[in-house]
Design a protein around this ligand. Structure first.
Ligand code: CJB
Length: 841
């Protein structure tokens, strides 16, 4: 590695090298120093915001020292690295995570207390980093945590949105979106103004033959936007490894605004270029499982992909290795199709800039990339219009056409004369206008394609990608079942449970090897243990009840059964099934005698989640939930037997309060639609049971924890197609209990029924695509089983203990190890514990 400092000056550097602080005194010293110098405040005006800032800066300093060492170590070792390309990283808060991962939370707690602050208050000052929509973005965040914790040399690459996912407010029962400006103070990033990449858009392509008769393509003209790197350190748990997440921010390549125009009085147009450039990384698109095909989105994708690849290629070129070694040094994982342009961009760099032959370049490209599919929903599969592509990325479109031509030629050789097959698998859809099918491009340009749970991986092999299995053979398609990081989703979110588990399993080792949880099986009938277990659940419910009271004003009884469904609002996830079930329960309660009511288990139905701003039906579901709550919660006949809560602005930090407090959580998607789901794993890991359909990871959760410990209901994926066909072409009679629910809605019991006409109509009159009526009876019956089971607390607790004990499989560490072995072919880089790591248990 080149060093700027000459040999004999390096001793001074070594002598004064930053050392990570470890002791409480050192931590306090750092906090006070940051308050007094970095923040220019003092003990007389240090409020909680300032204390949060100073504590975070103290931890950031510590992380960056380890970050530097990790990067040096990885550079010297010169082994293969992973680059995880994701347009979303839903990180949530960083301070608590940093404290726990480096093992210094107790040190910080005592230190802050001596300085006059409660650590919880300080942690709560932090604004979530919400650069994602839902499951896909949170998965990326869990993966970064696991890759660092397992010592893999791995970077995340993403966009530094100025506005993350919008903040949700509920006004009169409706969702209102408010911009999420989160960057007014973000101590966790390091701007790298020296790491910039100029990215080209528009323009045209000039082709000619050079003196050796070689075809040359030059992409010229158009406009340039500058990408600036921002680095965010990613600490591993109980290891010095601190990886990097590099996020790109856009700005005008010319640097500043046009002074000529400004001087001549045209202020608005003088800043227009600057604003246009900054728009690229301004806002996260708020759609989950939905593709809208907007030009700015394609610009975001190319901007991010071009900057990231430039960076990766630059790093590789420093090693002076032959190009053929590129895939031995680099694995790039595509998180969904959003970064698929990286395939085209690498091919372009290799053939246009580096002068490699097509075939040589293409072998490098396909050996480098892996593609993860996260959905089979047709409306979520990305397609870009060819004219839009032609205009924005003319050279890339040519390369895509060439990729497609070579691909279709190979298909023709394998299946001579099968023209239907060629039309079905073509990367270009022959529609009006023509469209580029990004998933197909991603498959053709990768060496492995994976789904995210077994059922999902089977479905992609047998439905949307089945032709590609015939073409490439079955080995190209594989499964890696999703996972979650136990550090955030157990240790951080549920510290008391983590502590109890640690006390019975010999320390925090289970956080590194989640299968250790198995040791809990022997406590499943241990009276003393069960008591403590139940007390912790109760305390978590009390905490959530307080939160509900403070945010909604509704008092809920922590002894009631807490039934939670928190996730993006989507018809396929079927929050409508849940709320119709709640209305059915309300009708049942109203029809009961006082005696009968006494026997019923009280329930709190808790919902949370955002609807995409343009998704009218999802917004209608939110509206209905809120209106049902408004009626039910003040009905004296009902009292504590049923409360309906909608929690505003569901996000990662709220999930940390909500998840440990469930008795039951709902994962009730139409079978075959939810690729995996990951909150199902989080809830079970925190001692909650689940009610769910045979979909996504629910199936594997059942296999692991046992079918006695889960409430499954509803039709199977294999029957969905026939049922839909019957709805449309046969007879379609609604479930009688659901009809009663609709009648109540139509009587204006929850406000003007007109507002809900589209929702009930989609089921009554428009084919019930999501099978709400088909599954209603089974759902209601299964909820009744939940009520019964909950009455036997002793058995219920045993079920939850056994479930937690059997959840080891769902650690994202297992998942990352599978990617590393099956797809990336990378090894962890061992570390000596030379750092000043905290050793907290
Ligand atoms: N997913 O969050 C998204 N957004 C999409 O656009 C497509 C899929 C989700 O990805 C998660 C992680 O793999 C899955 O658990 C979830 O089922 C899927 O909907």
């Amino acid at each position: 590695v080149e060093a700027l400092i000459p040999e004999h000056q390096r001793d001074a550097w070594k002598k004064f090298q930053a050392k990570p602080w470890v002791s409480k005194d050192d931590f306090e010293k750092e906090v006070v120093r940051h308050v007094e110098t970095t923040l220019a405040r003092s003990m007389f005006n240090c409020d909680e915001t300032a204390a949060y800032a100073a504590a975070s800066l103290a931890f950031r300093d510590r992380l960056i020292t380890e970050w530097n060492r990790t990067q040096q170590r990885q550079t010297f070792a010169d082994t293969k690295r992973v680059y995880y390309l994701s347009l979303e990283f839903l990180m949530g808060r960083a301070l608590d995570n940093a404290m726990l991962n480096v093992g210094l939370k107790n040190v910080a707690k005592e230190g802050l207390s001596e300085l006059g602050f409660r650590i919880e208050d300080i942690i709560n000052q932090e604004h979530d980093a919400a650069l994602g929509n839902g499951g896909l973005g949170r998965l990326a965040a869990c993966f970064l945590d696991s890759m660092a914790s397992l010592n893999f040399p791995a970077w995340g690459y993403g966009l530094r949105y100025k506005y993350g996912i919008f903040k949700q407010e509920i006004v009169d029962g409706y969702q209102v979106e408010v911009p999420d400006y989160w960057l007014d103070f973000n101590p966790w990033e390091f701007p790298r103004h020296d790491i910039v990449v100029d990215v080209q858009f528009y323009g045209g392509v000039r082709k000619y033959q050079d003196d050796d008769g070689k075809n040359v393509a030059v992409w010229e003209g158009g406009e340039i936007v500058r990408a600036v790197a921002y680095d965010v350190p990613i600490p591993g748990f109980n290891t010095p490894t601190t990886n990097n997440m590099r996020l790109w921010s856009s700005k005008a390549a010319s640097g500043e605004f046009d002074f000529q125009k400004f001087n001549s009085g045209d202020y608005e147009s003088s800043v227009a270029d600057q604003q246009r450039a900054e728009t690229i990384s301004a806002v996260l698109y708020p759609n989950d499982n939905l593709d809208r095909g907007k030009e700015l989105r394609l610009k975001q994708q190319y901007f991010w992909v071009a900057a990231s690849l430039y960076d990766i290629v630059r790093r590789f070129k420093k090693s002076k290795r032959a190009w053929s070694e590129f895939p031995d040094q680099i694995a790039i994982q595509l998180n969904d199709t959003h970064p698929t342009l990286a395939i085209v961009e690498l091919q372009r760099i290799l053939i246009d800039m580096e002068g490699l032959d097509w075939d040589e370049a293409w072998a490098i490209v396909t050996n480098t990339f892996g593609y993860t599919n996260h959905t089979v929903l047709p409306e979520a599969l990305e397609k870009w219009s060819v004219p839009l592509f032609q205009n924005l990325l003319p050279r890339h479109l040519q390369i895509i056409y060439d990729i497609n031509m070579f691909f279709l030629q190979s298909v023709e050789r394998k299946f001579p004369g099968d023209r239907d097959m060629l039309a079905r698998v073509s990367i270009i859809e022959e529609s009006q206008p023509k469209m580029v099918r990004m998933a197909f491009l991603a498959i053709v340009g990768s060496h492995k394609v994976n789904g995210v749970a077994e059922l999902h991986s089977d479905l992609i092999r047998t439905t949307i990608f089945k032709d590609f299995v015939k073409i490439f053979g079955p080995d190209k398609f594989t499964n890696v079942t999703n996972g979650i990081t136990p550090r955030r989703w157990l240790h951080q979110a549920n510290p008391r449970l983590s502590e109890l588990i640690a006390s019975k399993t010999g320390g925090l080792g289970f956080l590194k090897d989640l299968n250790v949880l198995n040791e809990l099986e022997k406590f499943a009938d241990d009276k003393e243990f069960k008591k403590e277990w139940a007390e912790i659940k109760y305390a978590n419910k009390v905490k959530l009840a307080k939160y509900i009271k403070s945010t909604t004003g509704v008092t809920v009884n922590p002894s009631a059964l807490f039934d939670i469904q928190v996730k993006r609002i989507h018809e396929y996830k079927r929050q409508q099934l849940n709320i119709f079930g709640v209305i059915h329960r309300y009708l049942t309660i109203k029809a009961m005698t006082a005696e009968e009511r006494k026997k019923l288990a009280p329930r709190v139905s808790i919902f949370g989640g955002k609807a995409a701003p343009g998704y009218w039906m999802a917004k209608t579901i939110i509206h209905l939930i809120n209106n049902v709550g408004a009626v039910v919660n003040k009905d004296p006949d009902v009292g504590d037997l049923l409360k309906v809560i909608f929690l505003e602005d569901y996000n990662v930090s709220k999930a940390e309060i909500i998840t440990p407090a469930s008795d039951i959580s709902e994962h009730i998607s139409t079978a075959g639609t939810e690729a995996s789901g990951t909150s199902n794993m989080k809830f079970v890991l925190n001692g909650g049971l689940i009610i769910g359909t045979c979909d996504g990871a629910n199936i594997e959760i059942t296999r692991e924890i046992g079918e006695n410990n889960i409430f499954l209901f509803g039709n199977l994926a294999e029957d969905v197609e026939d049922l839909r066909h019957t709805h449309n072409y046969g007879s379609h009679t609604l479930d009688p209990d659901l009809v009663k629910v609709f009648d109540l809605i139509k009587s204006d019991a929850f406000g003007d029924a007109g507002a809900f006409g589209a929702l009930t109509g989609s089921i009554e009159d428009h084919g019930d695509y999501y099978l709400v009526s088909d599954d209603f009876h089974s759902y209601i019956k299964t909820q009744a089983l939940v009520d019964e089971a909950y009455k036997n607390q002793d058995e219920w607790i045993t079920k939850t203990i056994l479930s937690v004990a059997r959840m080891g499989f769902f650690s994202s560490d297992r998942c990352i190890n599978e990617y590393a072995e099956m797809i990336w072919n990378v090894e962890p880089l061992p570390v000596e514990k030379e750092s000043g790591l905290g050793k907290e248990e």
